[in-house]
Design a protein around this ligand. Sequence first.
Ligand code: G3P
Length: 217
Amino acid sequence: MKFFIDTANLAQIKEAQDLGILDGVTTNPSLMAKEGITGQKNIIQHYLDICNIVDGPVSAEVIATDFEGIIKEGEALAKLHKNIVVKVPMIKEGIKAISYFSKKGIKTNCTLVFSAGQALLAAKAGATYVSPFLGRLDDISSDGMRLIEDIRLIYDNYMYETQILAASIRHTMHILKCAEVGADVMTGPLSSINGLFNHPLTDSGLKQFLADYNKGN
Ligand code: G3P
């Protein structure tokens, strides 16, 4: 499973990159705003800054919601850097745009996906990635992980190449469960990735090894 980090915070992206296990980055307008990055010029520069840290797919989201606007914005984003993936919302105009981008060889990430039917449309349109938001489904007492399983089954039935990018990951167990059910990619905060390191037996075992080594020195 590929690991993407879901943030626009450059220090956290760098920290994850330095671990040597990072495959890519996802952002959205809310994550940009959280870092105080506003205005088209600054946002574009920020995408370039991210691309300079990570050599892997970087999702950049369009703001337009009409077909012509999505195409114009998406083509401009795709030209910024070879690793940019154009992130397009799951709406009718978005699906039309994903189909257009797919034929042009522009990579896409279909975002704000909350049902298997929406994921089926994204695959038929030729999306490179589909982003089911599992945490937000959990937030409203719906089973986010069940959605990932349903999409996996449907995509495998027809051998769709669209990669399932499990998004809205909130914690470490989400990552593990995504790996169990076969998500192709997970995108989560740095804290969810760091949680994978933790085990008290690792800590106590290492402490003991070092203490025993030092007895003879
Ligand atoms: O990339 C989509 C994802 O960031 C949404 O996460 O935590 O805002 O639901 P969250």
